[in-house]
Structure formats: structure tokens, C-alpha cells
Design a protein around this ligand. Structure first.
Ligand code: KMH
Ligand code: ZN
Length: 280
């Protein structure tokens, strides 16, 4: 059975940058500290309550540099009330040890992917031991994890993680389905339904995002099924056929309109903090 976790309001997460797209190919991608903060402010105004951050260096390359991570967290906190989530996924080339040090930047939340997956032409490595280390570290540091599920098997691995390591800090379990990555689970309504049916009972909220052309259909399906939304240029660079995304705020604004249309308007940042049990 699909657990009843329908929410009255919609958490909109923005994932503005990612680690895969080159600035040279997409100049609108926010890669500098100033662009990140400007994006965060604009997306909060458009309806986002949580920001999922990947940081870039001065050459616009993905980095896990602890100083830049700390600066990003501080910059977004100073300018917005968004829940600040740092990616621990980084880029597929990042070593596992470096991905653990992301928590040193003291974010509100961190991503935690529940298993290895094909990732386009690469492999996104998340061995069991790494998942456990990252989860225990997040519990210790009182950082709320968002469990990223790219595959149906990841849903099962989440169950194992909760069974063996207990609940996250705060007691809430929030998952995000990342769908439509080439080689991973497809971004279809049927797959989302199958994944929902497998969710452990401990899950208290879920969101979904579809990569590329699956972005809008997955958003619509998630809203209809009582879930929350993640949008942003990390996942999708095309607003509509022949029309590239010009700014992340466009994707957030459209998600907020869709949510309002579905009678589940965007939630505030304080509602998001409560939903996820973020530390004060
Ligand atoms: N960039 C991908 C390899 C996460 O942020 O935790 C991993 C990713 C997931 O984006
Ligand atoms: Zn990410």
C-alpha cells in the first residue's frame, strides 16, 4: 500500500547548479558565490523553501573545497531564510572521504544517496559502508539528511539503513526520488507509483524530480500523489521545447503555480523547517 503522506502545502526545493553542466555551455548556470546568493534570493521569492547546493570554484568547476562550502552556506543564510542543504554527492569523480567532509560546513541538511547507480556514462558510487558513515556523521552533527533515491533498490537500502542505524536527527525521514537519470530508474508516473509503494513506514515526507524532459511530468505526478517538488537547473535546462531555462526562478515559479493550481500552494521556509525537523 502507498502510505498516506499527502501534504496540504508543497515544499519546493531548488537545485540550481549541480556538478555536471559546464558554465561555458550554459552561462545562465549560477556558479559564482554572487550568482548563488542572487539565485537563492530570487528562488525564495518565487516559492522555494529549500536549496540543494553544489559549489563551483573560480574556474566554474565543481569542488568540495571546505572554505568555499562554508562561504556558500554563510552567504545563503545571510541573504535568505531557505533551508540550506549541501550535496554530499558532489561529482562522480569526487572521492568518498572528501564527500564526508561536506558536513564540516555545518549545513541544515545534506543529501544522502542510498546506493550506487549508473549516472549517464559514469557510475555514482555510494557503497553501503559510505552510506552508514555519512548517516552516522549526520546524526552526530544534527544535520537532517535527505535520502536521494535513484533506483527502486535504493528504497530497499533506505529501509536497511533505518533498521540498522535508527532515525535521523529530529526523527523525520524525508526522501527525494531522482528520476530519469540515463541508466537509472525512468522518470515515469508508473515508476514513481512503484517506488512509493516500497517506501518504509518511517518516511514522513517525499519529493520527486525528473531529469530533463521528465521534469514537468514528474512534478505533476508528484503533486497529484501528495508529494513535494524539487526543480532546478541541476536537473533540467529546458523550460519548454526550444526555450532554455534563463534563470532558476522560472522553474521555481512554474512549480509554485502548478502547486497552487493543485490546491497545494508552496510552503514557507518555517513550514519546511518544521516538516523536516531542522535544528534551530
Ligand atoms: N552529481 C551527482 C553525481 C547529490 O547531490 O547528492 C550526484 C548528485 C546527488 O547530484
Ligand atoms: Zn545534487
Amino acid at each position: 500500500t502507498v502510505p498516506a503522506r499527502s501534504a496540504a502545502r508543497t515544499l519546493i526545493t531548488v537545485a540550481p547548479t549541480g556538478a555536471e553542466t559546464a558554465k561555458a555551455d550554459v552561462p545562465a548556470l549560477p556558479t559564482t558565490p554572487e550568482e548563488l546568493v542572487e539565485t537563492a534570493v530570487a528562488c525564495e521569492a518565487a516559492g522555494a523553501a529549500l536549496i540543494h547546493i553544489h559549489v563551483r570554484d573560480a574556474d566554474h568547476q565543481p569542488t568540495l573545497d571546505p572554505v568555499l562550502l562554508r562561504e556558500a552556506v554563510a552567504g545563503v543564510r545571510e541573504a535568505t531564510d531557505l533551508v540550506v542543504q549541501l550535496s554530499t554527492g558532489g561529482a562522480v569523480t569526487d572521492p568518498l572521504e572528501a564527500r564526508l567532509t561536506v558536513l564540516d560546513a555545518d549545513p541544515d541538511s545534506c543529501s544522502l544517496t542510498c546506493g550506487t547507480t549508473n549516472f549517464g556514462d559514469g557510475v555514482f558510487l555510494n557503497p553501503w559502508g559510505f552510506m552508514v558513515d555519512l548517516y552516522r556523521l549526520a546524526q552526530e552533527r544534527e544535520v537532517v539528511p535527505e535520502f536521494e533515491l535513484f533506483e527502486l533498490g535504493h528504497v530497499h537500502a533506505l529501509r536497511r539503513l533505518i533498521d540498522e542505524c535508527g532515525l535521523p536527527y529530529g526523527g523525520k525521514v524525508h526522501v527525494d526520488f531522482v528520476m530519469g537519470v540515463p541508466g537509472s530508474m525512468p522518470g515515469t508516473p508508473q515508476t514513481l507509483m512503484a517506488a512509493l509503494a516500497l517506501l518504509p513506514a518511517e518516511v514522513t515526507s517525499w519529493s520527486a524530480t525528473g531529469i530533463g524532459r521528465t521534469h514537468l511530468p514528474i512534478a505533476a505526478t508528484a503533486l497529484a500523489a501528495g508529494g513535494h517538488l524539487r526543480v532546478g537547473m541541476e536537473d533540467n535546462l529546458v523550460f519548454a521545447k526550444g526555450r532554455p531555462v534563463g534563470h532558476n526562478r522560472e522553474l521555481v515559479g512554474r512549480a509554485a503555480e502548478l502547486a497552487t493550481l493543485m490546491q497545494r500552494p508552496a510552503m514557507s521556509t518555517s513550514e519546511a523547517r518544521e516538516l523536516l525537523a531542522i535544528k534551530d
